[in-house]
Design a protein around this ligand. Sequence first.
Ligand code: NAD
Ligand code: TDX
Length: 350
Amino acid sequence: MKNILITGGAGFIGSHVVRLFVNKYPHYKIINLDKLTYAGNLANLKDIENKPNYEFVKADIVDEDTLMAIFDAYRFEGVIHLAAESHVDRSISNPKEFIMTNIVGTVNLLNAARSIWKENYSGKRFYHISTDEVYGSLGDEGKFLETTPYDPRSPYSASKASSDHLVRAYNHTFGLPVVISNCSNNYGPFQFPEKLVPLCINNIRHNRTLPVYGEGSNIRDWLYVEDHAKAIDLIFHSGGDGETYNIGGNNEWTNLNLVRKLCEIMDRKLGREAGSSEKLITFVKDRAGHDFRYAIDSTKLQNELGWRPEAKFDEGFEKTIEWYLSNQTWLDDVTSGNYTRYYDGMYKNR
Ligand code: NAD
Ligand code: TDX
């Protein structure tokens, strides 16, 4: 059995990647390494936690010695690195955490991989998962290509850009076999309700206001999370050494229109009068340095590796809302902090 490390597997996207790999590749042993920050939740993986080819290891990628010991013990042949501090607003209030996890943590992983592979790189791969935000902000026209110069503008995107540069530098300088992908905004089940879509679903449920930053005119390109996970599978197995692939949904929405669509679906599903959720929309102070528009050109991934987003937006979005409404205990637990208290107790003496 090949040991494959997935970092950040208890988070939103990571849990979908872990589930896909555990179910699809019984000959891989998937080791999910996660610190279980506020965003990491093992309840996201309940359905696969007892599979024989899955193991969870609680660790912090900033802790270099522990990481080295884990790499020594498991001798991973592949690394898929998703662990990160991922919320832009938190990076504005506390940038340092982002520097530590996203930059120092990534360097620690690169060093650990180098140290066990010892330049015997055959069959090895270090896959770094990144974001479209590293390219900066677009005006009304154009899309991000793999060749678009980096122009990160928030502490989050600057930390991700920095980690991307380091991953490429380890490929160029040390020959480490790496691949990188940069993806647009994901939506789907298990996303922590600080991000726009689950936050609004949760607030509508409780009849709370829906905070739309500025005028709601900023634009994001939305992709169903399972389509991202499938792209990661494809790139991990078939991507070229040292290559970068953009992943996107070709599906742009202004924040206001997206929230309005959400309101319309929620009214229908909750049996409320049409238009009642929309009344909860409240325009609030804009995010500092708020990027205007992201849009991804994923032609390279489509032409070279044959990837296509499978989920139609209407269906994926409706399915996502349905999931949150059918899993209200999950939402209640993560918003009440029950699960962090539970893990604090569970791992106190380890
Ligand atoms: P998330 O915040 O939901 O999950 C992050 C996970 O990383 C959590 O399980 C957390 O416990 C873990 N983690 C954080 N710090 C850690 C540390 N120091 N050591 C070990 N584990 C740690 O994030 P997400 O939205 O699932 O994003 C996953 C990755 O995909 C990130 O690298 C992010 O930059 C990237 N990405 C996200 C999106 C998106 O729309 N969410 C889009 C493009 C790229
Ligand atoms: O309450 C809100 N009101 C609002 O108007 C929140 C939380 C967000 N917004 C706006 C800001 C953005 O323009 O909605 C848009 C989406 O915001 P987020 O869900 O915070 O995502 P974003 O900042 O676009 O970043 C996301 O996509 C790229 C992920 O969080 C990143 O991890 C990923 O790299």
